[in-house]
Design a protein around this ligand. Structure first.
Ligand SMILES: O=C(O)CCC(=O)C(=O)O
Ligand SMILES: [Fe+2]
Length: 288
C-alpha cells in the first residue's frame, strides 16, 4: 500500500498538530498502535513528518499491534496502581475503580476547550434522541430517553480524532472498533432511564446492528459540562452514582450481553441547568 492510500490529509494534519502540541513521537506511535495501526505503517506515517525544532529525537520501538482476543474487553492499564495516566501525553486522573461491575472514573479526560468544541459542533446538529426499537428494524423516539442527540463520524474533525485516539490508548482498544462519538443534551427534567448498552440478541433489530462490528463491550461517558443539580450517571444494581463534572468520564465494560454484568445504568434526571455528554461505545470487532 502506498502511503498516500492510507494517510489522509486529515490524518497528516492531525499528526502535525499532535507534534506541535508537544506530544512525543513515542506517545503518538503508542496511540496509533492502540488504535489498530500496523507498526510498520505507524512508523512510516511518523517518519514522513519532518522533525519540529522542539522535538526530542527518539527511536521507535517495535511493538506488536494489540490483538483483540475473543472474550476480552477494553480495559485501562491500571496494573501498576498509577493515579495518573498519559494515554497520548494528556494527563488523565484515575479517580475510582470498581471490579464488579467494571467501572473506572476518570478525571480530566477532556480539557475545557475540548468539551466546549464538541458542544459547539454538536449543538447545531441535535435532533430528538432515538433509541433502538425492540420489535422492528430501525429506531423510534422513546419516552425513557428525553435528551436530544447526534453522532459524529469517526475522525470527522481534528478534535474528534484527537479524543478518539486518546480513548483508544486509554482503554487499550482499537480505534476502528469504536462507534462514532454520540453527543446528548439533557435539558432540565430530562433523563435516560436505566438500560443496558449491549444489544439484546433476542431483539429483531439486533441482527443487523450486530453485523456492523459485533456486540458493544464497553462504554465511556464523558461529561461536557457540569449540571447545577442532578444528572449523575447511576448504576442501580450497585447503587453507584457518578456525578457529572466537566471533563471527567465514567468507563464501564461488559463481557457478555447479560444483566449479570451488573451494567444497568442511566442518566438521572437533571434537576437544574443542562447536562451534555459525549458517549463512546466500543465494539468487539471493527465498527463499519
Ligand atoms: O447520560 C448519562 O449519564 C448516561 C448516558 C448513557 O447511558 C448512554 O449514552 O448510553
Ligand atoms: Fe447507556
Amino acid at each position: 500500500m502506498s502511503s498516500s492510500q492510507y494517510l489522509t490529509t486529515e490524518l497528516r494534519q492531525w499528526i502535525t498538530a499532535q507534534l506541535q502540541n508537544g506530544i512525543t513521537r513515542e506517545a503518538l506511535y503508542q496511540a496509533m498502535l492502540s488504535s489498530g495501526w500496523q507498526p510498520d505503517l505507524a512508523r512510516q506515517a511518523l517518519e514522513e513528518h519532518p522533525s519540529l525544532a522542539s522535538e526530542p529525537v527518539l527511536s521507535l520501538p517495535a511493538v506488536a499491534e494489540p490483538v483483540v482476543e475473543p472474550g476480552t474487553v477494553p480495559e485501562p492499564n491500571l496494573g501498576d496502581q498509577r493515579s495518573v495516566l498519559l494515554p497520548d501525553g494528556h494527563r488523565v486522573e484515575v479517580l475510582m475503580t470498581l471490579a464488579r461491575p467494571r467501572v473506572v472514573v476518570f478525571g480530566g479526560l477532556l480539557t475545557d476547550e475540548e468539551c466546549d468544541a464538541i458542544v459547539t459542533a454538536a449543538g447545531a446538529r441535535l435532533a430528538r434522541s432515538e433509541t433502538v426499537a425492540s420489535q422492528k428494524e430501525g429506531s423510534e423516539v422513546n419516552a425513557a430517553r428525553t435528551s436530544e442527540g447526534m453522532f459524529f463520524e469517526r475522525g470527522e474533525s481534528e478534535v474528534v480524532a484527537r479524543i478518539e485516539a486518546r480513548i483508544a490508548a486509554l482503554v487499550n482498544w482499537p480505534l476502528r472498533n469504536g462507534e462514532g462519538l454520540q453527543v446528548l443534551r439533557y435539558r432540565t427534567g430530562a433523563e435516560y432511564q436505566p438500560h443496558y448498552d449491549y444489544f439484546d440478541p433476542r431483539h429483531a433489530s439486533s441482527k443487523a446492528i450486530l453485523q456492523r462490528g459485533g456486540q458493544r463491550v464497553g462504554t465511556l461517558v464523558m461529561y461536557l459540562n457540569t449540571p447545577t443539580r442532578g444528572g449523575a450517571t447511576v448504576f442501580p444494581d450497585v447503587k453507584l452514582d457518578v456525578m457529572a463534572q466537566k471533563g471527567n468520564a465514567v468507563f464501564f465494560s461488559y463481557d457478555r450481553p447479560e444483566p449479570g454484568t451488573l451494567t444497568l445504568h442511566g442518566g438521572a434526571p437533571v434537576m437544574e441547568g443542562e447536562k451534555w455528554v459525549a458517549t463512546k461505545w466500543l465494539r468487539q470487532g471493527e465498527f463499519v
